[in-house]
Design a protein around this ligand. Structure first.
Ligand SMILES: *[C@@H]1O[C@H](CO)[C@@H](O)[C@H](O)[C@H]1NC(C)=O
Ligand SMILES: *[C@@H]1O[C@H](CO)[C@@H](O)[C@H](O)[C@H]1NC(C)=O
Ligand SMILES: *[C@@H]1O[C@H](CO)[C@@H](O)[C@H](O)[C@H]1NC(C)=O
Ligand SMILES: *[C@@H]1O[C@H](CO)[C@@H](O)[C@H](O)[C@H]1NC(C)=O
Ligand SMILES: *[C@@H]1O[C@H](CO)[C@@H](O)[C@H](O)[C@H]1NC(C)=O
Ligand SMILES: *[C@@H]1O[C@H](CO)[C@@H](O)[C@H](O)[C@H]1NC(C)=O
Ligand SMILES: *[C@@H]1O[C@H](CO)[C@@H](O)[C@H](O)[C@H]1NC(C)=O
Ligand SMILES: *[C@@H]1O[C@H](CO)[C@@H](O)[C@H](O)[C@H]1NC(C)=O
Ligand SMILES: *[C@@H]1O[C@H](CO)[C@@H](O)[C@H](O)[C@H]1NC(C)=O
Ligand SMILES: *[C@@H]1O[C@H](CO)[C@@H](O)[C@H](O)[C@H]1NC(C)=O
Ligand SMILES: *[C@@H]1O[C@H](CO)[C@@H](O)[C@H](O)[C@H]1NC(C)=O
Length: 580
């Protein structure tokens, strides 16, 4: 009985705490209580086979035609690194490059692993500023390799100064979990073309809103429950005229699959207090000196070992190799923090269970023509969360409908050498989640929709300076069915759909531009599990990715894989041939 429900909760991946011991004497249901993780045995793989290459489908980074100056930033083998200080290196900006002006900077992560290992969350920080949050791929006996490329040009000012680089992966190697991550990563600096001198787009200063070293794990804050508030004091230069807070977030252990967690009254009524609850709604709240100034309703990233690890091989889940970060325009609040004293950003997660990793980067633009800007917050409105839950269950079966809405709006002016600009920044978020439990909780169906709108209007007394709008639509669907087939063995099937869509609009007196991403992934699979390892199974994935913008044009990819093999992979660099 009650299998898929537990099987779903069974797959706790991108692990961060010490592996719990395995349960030779415990029953499978008891095993669920301890939230074990799974890896793949797949003995049919010959050790002589060549390594498998894993990848996440995303758009290629548009590069200038110049030759890059490339630097190996770190080479390290991450073996038993759990609860050890982050691996560190001294970073110095490029000094021997033909040019000192760059129009693109790219981080390239290359890793290899072989054997058996869980997926592990990791972070890279430069001077405490997070520049990549990612998850490792799960190795195979024949070995795997994977590469992550990320455009890090927005961290330009940081990359032009000496910094301490920190990398944390909490890996554990023992006789069964043998996978060591052999990592090399590079920064590629592309000198600006003559006609392509870097516009003043990157911030002049980026302050870390993360934990201070020394630490024995990541520089992220760990948020363990719904009342846990983590905060950081900071002070900004008094000549800032624009500020954007960029937030990194990932969810683990009891909340790795928060969108499938059930309400506590269901858990109590069924006497299953041992499983993860608090319902299916989560949000990261950001406060400034105690007032909520922004909310993040995160995309449902599934790590490389999530639900059924075979679904994500070789095509990894959306966002799993490069987790999205989220920007909040906080320019209207500058009036509150330009006073030269310390202030606090704090983070909490509504309904959180252990554990959420959250930190932020404060991007600041400084007025080079003055030592002091002025500002005032004119209007602040942050309505309480509107929330509803309708539960209808008998025993272990039933349905749960959760709806939520939140809006936050900030208006304030800043006076700098650019004039007095009034900025209105607002967020409007809606959430809808439906869960169905059937077949005595062998079956779980989850449908979640998040709409996440951000708008920024900046104007001088008489005319608009700039309008930035972002409309995000995140969708998640899971169909999961399971059956116990013996002692500590069971079979399950699961179908997953992930959608990450975003449309951005930008208007200013110089014109307007638009860009959009439509990223859709469907995956289906089954597996037979024994003792936390997949004995056999199959995973298939289909993905379409479309990116369109007024400057770089359109990129479209339509790809599919099954049983580790790519079935088709079509790339178009122009979308004119696409039917809508
Ligand atoms: C620049 O110097 C670094 C060492 O500081 C070296 O690793 C790199 O290869 C050099 N790059 C070029 C383009 O000469
Ligand atoms: C940056 O580091 C390099 C190499 O350690 C050193 O030579 C240089 O003086 C440093 N620059 C600053 C501004 O500290
Ligand atoms: C929540 O987590 C914090 C930080 O670990 C802890 O101090 C606090 O006791 C926890 N609260 C509850 C209700 O568990
Ligand atoms: C709930 O479960 C616990 C532990 O399995 C058991 O001891 C207890 O009797 C159960 N209570 C009810 C009301 O079933
Ligand atoms: C920031 O928060 C900490 C912990 O809550 C508190 O001790 C400190 O006084 C706060 N600082 C400011 C400037 O509000
Ligand atoms: C609750 O679920 C049962 C069984 O599916 C159904 O018959 C009933 O109409 C539902 N009640 C409500 C209020 O939706
Ligand atoms: C700011 O924008 C929000 C959302 O568009 C709007 O409701 C609010 O009236 C605006 N406030 C001001 C002061 O313009
Ligand atoms: C987001 O913006 C779109 C387009 O204007 C609108 O249809 C939708 O209702 C908005 N959603 C929220 C949550 O504000
Ligand atoms: C799951 O996916 C398989 C393969 O595409 C399909 O045959 C099956 O109908 C799907 N099941 C559900 C419930 O969507
Ligand atoms: C992707 O390719 C498959 C196989 O050729 C095709 O069936 C599907 O319609 C394509 N999808 C799109 C959006 O073009
Ligand atoms: C997957 O491919 C392997 C060979 O690489 C083969 O042995 C196995 O039978 C295939 N599995 C399925 C379910 O087709």
């Amino acid at each position: 009985m009650a299998l898929s429900f537990f099987s779903f909760l069974f797959f706790f991946t991108c692990f961060s705490i010490l592996q719990v011991p395995f349960f030779s004497t415990a029953t499978l249901h008891k095993a669920a209580l301890f939230r074990p993780k799974i890896t793949t045995q797949l003995d049919f793989i010959s050790k002589n086979d060549t390594p498998t290459t894993y990848f996440e489908v995303t758009k290629p980074i548009k590069l200038p035609k110049t030759k890059s100056c490339s630097y190996l930033v770190l080479k390290h083998d991450f073996a038993s690194t759990y609860e050890k200080p982050p691996v560190q290196a001294n970073y110095t900006p490029p000094s021997n490059c033909s040019s000192q002006k760059f129009s693109k900077i790219v981080l390239e992560w290359k890793a290899k692993s072989k054997g058996r290992q869980f997926d592990r969350i990791f972070g890279i920080w430069l001077g405490g500023v997070e520049i990549l949050r990612s998850c490792t791929a799960e190795p195979r006996p024949n070995g795997i390799i994977w590469t992550v490329k990320k455009d890090i040009t927005r961290y330009y000012s940081l990359l032009m100064t000496n910094q301490t680089l920190s990398v944390y992966i909490g890996n554990i190697v023992d006789s069964k979990y043998t996978g060591v991550y052999h990592v090399e990563f590079f920064f590629h600096f592309y000198p600006a073309d003559k006609e392509l001198i870097l516009g003043n787009s990157g911030a002049d200063l980026i302050l870390p809103i993360s934990r201070n070293l020394p630490l024995n794990d990541g520089l992220w804050f760990e948020i363990e429950n719904s009342t846990d508030v983590q905060s950081k004091e900071f002070k900004i230069p008094q000549n800032a005229y624009r500020a954007v807070l960029e937030i990194y977030v990932s969810f683990h252990e009891n909340d790795e699959f928060w969108y499938g967690n059930l309400p506590n009254d269901y858990i109590t009524a069924n006497n299953r207090t041992d499983i993860a609850g608090n319902g299916a709604f989560r949000e990261v709240l950001v406060s400034l000196d105690g007032d909520v100034i922004g909310a993040i309703w995160p995309f449902t990233v599934i790590y490389t070992g999530g639900i059924n690890p075979l679904l994500w091989r070789p095509i990894s889940g959306i966002g799993s190799f490069d987790l999205p970060s989220y920007d909040i325009e906080i320019t209207p609040l500058l009036g509150k923090i330009l006073d030269g004293s310390s202030h606090n950003f704090s983070f909490s997660v509504t309904n959180a269970l252990n554990v959420w990793y959250v930190d932020a980067n404060l991007h600041l633009w400084l007025d080079k023509k003055s030592v002091k800007t002025e500002g005032k917050l004119l209007e602040y409105s942050s309505s309480p969360l509107s929330f509803s839950l309708a539960s209808n269950f008998t025993g272990l079966d039933g349905s749960f409908a959760t709806n939520a809405h939140r809006s936050i709006s900030l208006t304030g002016w800043v006076k700098s050498s650019y004039g007095t600009v009034t900025t209105n920044s607002s967020q409007s978020l809606s959430y809808n989640n439906n869960i169905m439990m059937g077949n005595d909780a062998n079956l779980q169906i989850v449908d979640q929709k998040v709409d996440f709108n951000d708008t920024v209007y900046a104007k001088t007394r008489s005319f608009p300076v700039q309008v930035l709008e972002s409309f995000k639509k995140f969708r998640f669907h899971l169909y999961s069915d399971g059956v116990e087939i013996g002692d500590q063995s069971y079979a399950s099937i699961s179908n997953v759909t992930l959608i990450f869509n975003e449309k951005r609009l930008k208007r200013s007196k110089y014109g307007s531009s638009a860009s959009s991403v439509h990223n859709l992934q469907k995956a289906q699979g089954y597996m037979f599990l024994k003792d936390q390892s997949i004995d056999s199974g199959l995973g298939s994935t289909q993905q379409t990715y479309k990116y369109d913008d007024d400057y770089s044009g359109c990129y479209f990819r339509n790809i599919s894989s099954s049983n580790y093999t790519v079935l088709y992979d079509k790339v178009l660099n122009s979308c004119s041939k696409l039917s809508t």
